[in-house]
Design a protein around this ligand. Structure first.
Ligand code: GLU
Length: 500
């Protein structure tokens, strides 16, 4: 193990809502670094040009800041090893690929998509057949210089096994025969995750790679890359995946996964961080309530347990309640409420929606309630759209929910346009189409104006309430889901591209 000062990082891809899994990795990395006087770095892995967005990056940074999981170096504050956004480092990756081409650890591959598709169909799971690996490098360089489309692949050993150590699991061995000649540079000149990740971890002086278990199968490729460059690999430590109470992988179908949802639903940042710290780890004294500082002082990575940590929202609620009762006096709680939603900025957005519907000031409470709650009470029978069955309504809600998941612009104007478009695509009168949304979001068939209210509630609360309403109505079956996914692709593929 390296004796240099500890440098760790998280490297999220900005392709969606800020995920609790990102906060979980951030917490363990940060606590580990802080406990050793080291550095915690935030790097944005945005090399997937089609899926990465600046909005998602901004949301990830904001939600980590809300949780107090701040970083020492990152795209917003810079640092000595920048830039910290991979899309600004493409020249570095190209230089490094050239090094591997020169030292014979990588080769250019000119295989067409058609050939690769055929290969995939013909073989079962065997991967790329290394067709271009034996091309004369000088000849290949000439073809590339002539503008022929190609990728660059890593020459992975064909015999023996890759043996490496994971801090939690000990020695792991994987036969090289099962590992593909990984693409390092894509035909558009952008690096793949594997190349960019290894080059950056090395250049940024990362000593320990602490990340989710889903990356464990990538390690042999990374180990080979370190060897090809002649670099010493970092220590690898793969955290366990967060699970739903039924032990399936945490997914937003069963549990909200967006950090912003928990903020909007009224969880305290320090309680959520504490809860994430309990995922696979306990304080040596067994105390369940602890701060980031307590965790930093006590965390030993080796002590992380390999039992799948369960993200149990009931437990989180219980812990949050303890924070509210035990960590706050009246003034402190009032402060927390104010920074959550009892502030002028939020109230001023709600007032114009509520005011036209008030006869007495006391009418305010009931009308405004959905803006200050997590769940709403509803009768599933109220959700059913006119002239549609409950099952058809559920399908329409599911399709709409997916469309809302993809919606980036959450202004009232954009939502208005989206709902008009949806109603038209489903061939339903707008008024009838709006009804289940009123019910899902407020519990009643009438409320403040729908689209403005949705804009104020925000995308996370809206989507979670819709998902809950869908579940309350019986939802859609697994079998229906497959057909619906197909229908969704037909209905919305073009529309989503436009909204990117
Ligand atoms: N970009 C990867 C992610 O989205 C990073 C994985 C890693 O930490 O190496 O999680």
């Amino acid at each position: 193990m390296s004796t240099d000062p500890v440098r760790v990082r998280i490297a999220p891809s900005p392709t969606g809502d800020p995920h609790v899994g990102t906060a979980y990795a951030a917490l363990f990395n940060r606590a580990f670094a802080k406990g050793r006087g080291g550095q915690f770095i935030l790097r944005i892995e945005d090399t997937d040009q089609t899926r990465s967005t600046p909005e998602s990056e901004a949301a990830i940074l904001a939600s980590l800041r809300w949780l107090g999981l701040t970083w020492d170096e990152g795209p917003d504050i810079g640092g000595p090893f920048g830039p910290y956004r991979q899309s600004e480092r493409t020249a570095i990756y190209r230089e490094h690929v050239d090094l591997l081409l020169e030292n014979g650890h990588a080769y250019r591959c000119f295989c067409t998509r058609e050939r690769l598709d055929e290969l995939r169909k013909a073989q079962t799971g065997a991967g790329y057949d290394r067709h271009c690996r034996t091309l004369d490098p000088a000849e290949a360089a000439k073809r590339a210089a002539g503008g022929e489309t190609h990728v660059v692949r890593l020459k992975v050993p064909t015999e023996g096994a890759c043996v490496w150590r994971d801090l939690l699991r000990g020695e792991i061995s994987k036969d090289w025969a099962s590992i593909d000649d990984q693409v390092l540079l894509k035909s558009d000149g952008f690096p793949t995750y594997h190349l960019a990740n290894v080059v950056d971890d090395h250049l940024m002086g990362i000593t320990h790679v602490i990340r989710g278990e889903e990356w464990i199968n990538s390690v042999p490729k990374h180990v080979e890359l370190y060897r090809a460059f002649g670099w010493e690999p970092p220590v690898f430590c793969h955290l366990l995946l967060l699970r739903n109470p039924d032990k399936s992988k945490l997914s937003k179908r069963k549990n909200p996964t967006s950090i912003d949802y928990y903020r909007r639903a009224g969880y305290l940042p320090e309680a959520l961080v504490n809860f994430l710290g309990m995922m696979g780890w306990i304080m040596p004294n067994g105390e369940e309530m602890f701060s980031q500082e307590d965790m930093a002082a006590n965390l030993k990575l080796e002590a992380i347990s390999l039992g799948g940590p369960v993200f149990d929202v009931d437990k989180l609620r219980w812990l949050n309640g303890r924070y509210i009762r035990e960590k706050h006096d009246t003034a402190g709680l009032l402060g927390a409420l104010k920074s959550w939603a009892l502030n002028d900025a939020y109230l001023e957005r709600i007032m114009p929606l509520v005011q036209p519907r008030l006869e007495t000031l006391s009418d305010w409470g009931k009308l405004a309630e959905p803006f200050f709650s997590d769940t709403v009470q509803l009768d599933p029978a109220d959700l059913v759209i006119k002239k549609k069955t409950a099952e058809e309504t559920a399908e329409i809600l599911q399709l709409s929910l997916w469309r809302l998941d993809a919606q980036r612009d959450w202004s009232a104007e954009a939502i208005t346009a989206l709902f008009q478009d949806l109603a038209q695509r489903f061939d339903i009168k707008l008024k009838d189409f709006n009804l289940p949304f009123y019910v899902a979001l407020s519990g009643a068939k009438a409320w403040t104006p729908l689209y403005q209210s949705m804009a104020v509630l925000g995308s996370d609360l809206v989507r979670v309430r819709l998902r809950r309403a869908l579940d309350a109505s019986g939802g859609v079956s697994k079998k229906q889901l497959k057909a619906l996914e197909k229908r969704y692709a037909e209905l919305f593929a073009a529309a989503e591209e436009e909204s990117e």
